[in-house]
Design a binder for this molecule. Structure first.
Ligand code: 8DG
Length: 164
């Protein structure tokens, strides 16, 4: 008599190329205070550990980028921000997926940043940002901030926020 073994079927694993094509939508907050920008270093155990980034995270399906940013900053840094104008949107193909990062100019309006996930935070003036090792997806935003007088960041951010 022929008996057949039960077979377990596993979903095919994505190829490295398919993985890289997966689009991950992320928002980052360039939080300004007194002509300085908040820079955050990713903690160990996370993807891109040790790189510097603008705090934020993945946009969930029901959220606007601004809502995602408010939620992420409350969760990660336990403080409140005003989200101002968009600085830029860039795409970078990491091996785990392509991150589409939209960075917004923001202001701190409530509380002090508390470290919950990050290893370290620093407030740096825009002309010192290049001294840190930024995640590749952030380098365009860093370049734009460096080329922008900090007073311009503050003014454009606030005028947008007041209109919304
Ligand atoms: N939050 C943030 N993420 C960034 C920036 N630049 C950049 O490449 N990323 C990457 C890192 C992550 O792979 C992804 C953001 O996801 P996330 O911040 O929610 O990551 P996560 O805590 O869930 O950690 P993980 O699961 O990716 O390890 O985008 C940035 O400026 N801010």
């Amino acid at each position: 008599m022929h008996t057949s073994e039960p077979t377990t079927r596993q979903a095919p694993q994505p190829t490295p190329q398919e993985l890289q094509q997966r689009l991950i939508r992320v928002v980052g907050a360039a939080i300004m205070r007194n002509d300085t920008v908040l820079c955050a270093q990713r903690g160990s155990g996370k993807s891109l550990a040790g790189y510097w980034e603008f705090p934020g995270g993945k946009i969930e399906a029901h959220e606007t980028p601004q809502q995602a940013l408010h939620r992420e900053i409350e969760e990660e840094l336990q403080c409140e921000i005003i989200v101002g104008s968009e600085l830029c949107t860039t795409r970078y193909p990491y091996d785990f997926g392509t991150v589409e990062l939209t960075t917004f100019l923001c202001h701190l309006v409530g509380g002090e940043p508390h470290l919950t996930e990050h290893q370290e935070v620093r407030w740096l003036s825009p002309n010192h940002l290049h001294e840190l090792d930024w995640a590749p997806a952030d380098r365009e935003a860093v370049k734009l901030l460096e080329g922008m007088p900090s007073t311009v960041c503050v003014v454009s951010d606030f005028s947008e926020a007041m209109q919304s």
